[in-house]
Design a binder for this molecule. Sequence first.
Ligand code: EPU
Length: 333
Amino acid sequence: MKSIRPYNTFKIDHQVSEIYVIESIDQLRELCKEHPNPIIIGGGSNVLFVQDVERPVFIIDLKGIEVVHEGETWNEVRIAAGEDWHEVVMWSIDQGLGGIENLSLIPGKCGAAPMQNIGAYGTELADVLINVGCMDKQIGALFHMGKEACKLGYRDSIFKQEAKDQYVITSITIRLTKEKHHNVNVSYGDIKSVLKQKGITQPSIKDVSDAIIAIRSTKLPDPLEIPNAGSFFKNPIISIENYNQLKLDHPELPSYPVTDTHCKVPAGWLIDRCGWKGVMIGDVGVHSKQALVLVNHGSKNGQDIINLSRQIQKKVADIYNIDLVPEVNVIGS
Ligand code: EPU
């Protein structure tokens, strides 16, 4: 058995049967033949192991960034699954390519990006994605799944639903705008205030990226300093009817529009209002600057995090009658 600790940002120390770092498509194909049921990990920044697991882990470390089509106003860029997402964002800005600057500083590898349709500050992967390179684990065949087929939703995709465990994501292809054709999105309140403070009225893609890096750095803990996996829960989507009812007792409850019938409420706000922000239970706790992030100050056991998350879920359900659903992939439950 091998410890998974070096490969997950929560720094949980459960055992798995074997760990393979995969650097080529051929190696991946061979290993899929030998091991039909591996656990696939990229940067390990969105997983929580809760016990030892008798399965091998494949760490996808495929590398490469390639412009596969050069258009007048945009380029199509194919990125191997093992490339670090934030480094790719920095590369795109250096190249003068726009569209993913709002997704600066999101931890993890590119292969995980379509899995939960990463999103932040008004942008999500779905806004730029063209297709996802996949290997069918059973037959070793490679193909590109078009964006529509990926069924991307809020922190959701076919890879978390009906195609769960079927494919290994090997690449993503995205469309990025060229100089003079960028469409910067500064709708998010926090970005507006950072830019205003700096006196920037016509922000470049680099200005937006810098603002987001500044915002994220103040709110979100660096996993290298305080082990965590980003937002632990999804922001719940509830009916507007339900929301209006809740507003009667909780007039300050914020919401964001989703459809004509449903809205999203911030889980961080709910957890904060339930008094959990900054609370520690043993070695694990709720981050003091963003209640949606659970942090690990030294526990080796994923059960400690799960137990904390259950207590939070219970309190939020008792007070607001809303079920919080984990955003992090729980492995071994
Ligand atoms: N809030 C509180 N207390 C808290 C945290 C938040 O009152 O402790 C309130 C804020 O004041 C704000 C609202 O809740 O009114 C939303 O907070 P924030 O803007 O920080 O964003 P979020 O909804 O908590 C989501 C994503 C983040 C992403 C940010 C910015 C999810 C699950 N999380 O968080 O994504 O960075 O928006 O767009 O959708 C991640 O997925 O790991 C992640 C960090």
